[in-house]
Design a protein around this ligand. Structure first.
Ligand SMILES: [Zn+2]
Length: 604
């Protein structure tokens, strides 16, 4: 892959992107003063230490030290190479990259994706047309009518019908110049066992197109219309469809999730559709799995308030409770919606109406309350033993609450419910905590590793940089100041040259600053990152930028730094000569001693 994209183009792309907007596609950000803050997507945390500066167009995490400009963000978040990240953003902001500069995997990936989306989209239209217009769609139309779905919502979700035919879709798509191979890849057709020809995967089923968050059709769920197995048949996983990473209805729900700052996760496609029909547009469903980390991460871009409406008695409940614990670990507020009599949201809304459903949502329980109810159901609270069991069942959740006020509130509530003293509960929890030490450690480790590949490397640099001498401190601060005020760099350079720094990373950063200064006096901070190709320098730059700049006496601070650096360099040279003198004396090389003494004089 050719990596060469002209500097001007790179800068143009960066200047046309807003880092806040780009990061917002991955992280829920809230404005605080000049900057935006959110939960770091590169390490697990419960309180936001990840910041984005719209003025400087950079991001930085005070927790794990990751940072950079908009390109660095995409590279780390999407695992892209630099040219790929530039290209992706260039596409987004409409900057043209000269032809032939990047003939990359990126282009191939992009065109394969485009093809897959096109095929799935055509398929969606095919099924939808049949459902609405053809005689064979009659049965499916009746089914939807019986379920009470309105024409509007059928259109909104583009529902369809896959005819009871072995080659209906196959013929339609191949006539539109698609090759069978591409259709197999999308799981729409299968090759016959005898190796002769292909046949449609979905036959005589009600079809639910599945979109990604950007609104591309990536797969399908097909429901049987009469008795038959399986009840739901889904597209197989492909390079566009990953059921662990997507949620049904997300593309239609994003707006409402943002506006209401909460999401409701249901289990079934029809739950989502009925909810939307009755005005609950912040509802999505998992795609036939228990809630996954990836889905949680997706939702956390839009809200931290999550209501889970899974069938509490269903098979998935254990796995779901586990993911809910995980949700809490990552700073989400989770509530659990239990629907009376084991109904699903679809049935409940249709039978009881939207007002009742809304009330039910407001009554959704916190995880502690939910677990408390379940434990009481299971163990009762009559005997001391039963009470201990209940506390045990709740201990993990209680200990996991990060907000101390909330924790105390729940502890009190649990104590009251069980008729115990608060101290008794706390003592019992402490016991549980000690018993569970191993478990906690494991859990923390898991949290730490959550989507974090760069940590080890970052840590070693951070440790090295922590043993700061006066010189390295001064050098870093000097770099921070010259970044703020590039004119000062020219002064430093005329006095000391370019590569006077005491670490390869700092020299590298100085070189980039120098190049940018020569090109243009007022370069932007974010551009430095585009020219720093090694990740260690990148990390050091992040630390440098994390330093506060004194607005009042910027120049004074600059001269102080220069003085310290000069003094320290002198001191180091002097120390080195003194060392050499004592070595020469030991060897009895007095000629050398005399020579070195002369050298030493210049330091007085
Ligand atoms: Zn972080």
């Amino acid at each position: 892959m050719k990596n060469f994209i002209p500097d001007e183009v790179i800068e143009e792309v960066r200047q046309n992107c807003d880092i806040v907007q780009v990061v917002s596609e991955y992280v829920l950000l809230t404005r605080k003063g000049h900057n935006y803050f959110g939960l770091c997507p590169f390490h697990g945390e419960k309180t936001p230490s990840f910041s984005v500066s719209p003025d400087k167009q950079i991001f930085y995490c005070f927790g794990c030290g990751v940072g950079g400009n908009v390109f660095s963000f995409l590279m780390q978040k999407e695992g892209m190479e630099f040219p790929e990240a530039v290209k992706l953003l260039a596409d987004k902001v409409g900057v043209e990259i000269p032809e032939g500069e990047v003939d990359s995997e990126y282009d191939q990936k992009k065109s394969a994706l485009k093809k897959a989306h096109e095929i799935n989209n055509l398929t969606k239209e095919f099924y939808h047309y049949i459902l609405l217009n053809l005689k064979v769609g009659e049965l499916a139309r009746e089914y939807l009518k019986k379920r009470g779905l309105s024409p509007e919502v059928i259109d909104k979700f583009q529902l369809g019908y896959a005819p009871n035919s072995w080659d209906g879709l196959l013929n339609f798509l191949t006539k539109k110049n698609n090759v069978e191979d591409d259709l197999v890849k999308q799981g729409l057709i299968l090759s016959r066992n005898e190796g002769q020809g292909f046949y449609d995967r979905f036959r005589h089923r009600l079809m639910f197109p599945i979109w990604d968050v950007k609104g591309n059709v990536i797969g399908f769920g097909g429901r049987v219309l009469d008795k038959g197995e399986p009840k739901y048949l889904n597209s197989p996983e492909s390079f566009v469809y990953n059921k662990r990473e997507n949620l049904f209805g997300i593309h239609l729900a994003v707006k409402a999730i943002r506006e209401q700052d909460r999401v409701l996760i249901a289990e079934g496609y029809l739950d989502v559709i009925t909810a939307h029909q009755f005005g609950f547009e912040n509802v999505v469903a998992s795609l036939g799995t228990a809630l996954t980390k990836e889905q949680i991460k997706l939702l956390m871009r839009y809200t931290h308030n999550i209501i889970v409406a899974f069938d509490a008695d269903g098979a998935g409940v254990k796995a779901t409770l586990r993911s809910i614990d995980l949700l809490q670990n990552f700073g989400c507020k989770v509530k659990i919606l239990t629907i009376p009599n084991g109904k699903d949201p679809d049935e409940y809304i249709r039978k009881k109406g939207p007002i009742a459903f809304k009330k039910l949502i407001e009554q959704a329980k916190s995880l502690v309350d939910y677990k408390l109810d379940k434990a009481l159901e299971k163990y009762g609270s009559d005997t001391p033993e039963a009470k201990a069991r209940v506390v045990e069942a709740l201990s993990e959740t209680l200990l996991n609450i990060s907000n101390e006020v909330e924790k105390e509130m729940y502890l009190k509530k649990t104590a009251e419910t069980l008729g115990l003293q608060l101290e008794t509960i706390i003592a019992e929890l402490k016991k549980q905590q000690q018993k569970g030490t191993k478990h906690w450690k494991y859990r923390d480790k898991q949290t730490e590793n959550w989507n974090n590949t760069n940590m080890d490397n970052a840590k070693s640099v951070v440790i090295r940089e922590k043993n700061q001498s006066a010189r390295s401190k001064a050098e870093k601060f000097l770099l921070r100041l010259v970044i703020e005020e590039p004119n000062l760099w020219l002064q430093a350079k005329s006095k000391m040259g370019i590569s006077f720094f005491d670490s390869p990373e700092r020299n590298q950063i100085a070189k980039v600053i120098d190049a940018l200064c020569i090109k243009e006096k007022n370069f932007e901070i974010a551009d430095i990152f585009s020219y720093l190709k090694d990740s260690n320098s990148n990390k050091v730059l992040n630390q440098i930028l994390a330093q506060e700049v004194p607005l009042e006496n910027l120049e004074e601070s600059f001269y102080d730094c220069l003085l310290v650096i000069e003094r320290e360099i002198k001191k180091e040279s002097k120390d080195s000569i003194l060392r050499k003198i004592s070595e020469a004396e030991q060897k009895g090389d007095f000629e050398q001693v005399r020579f070195l003494m002369k050298e030493l004089k210049q330091f007085h």
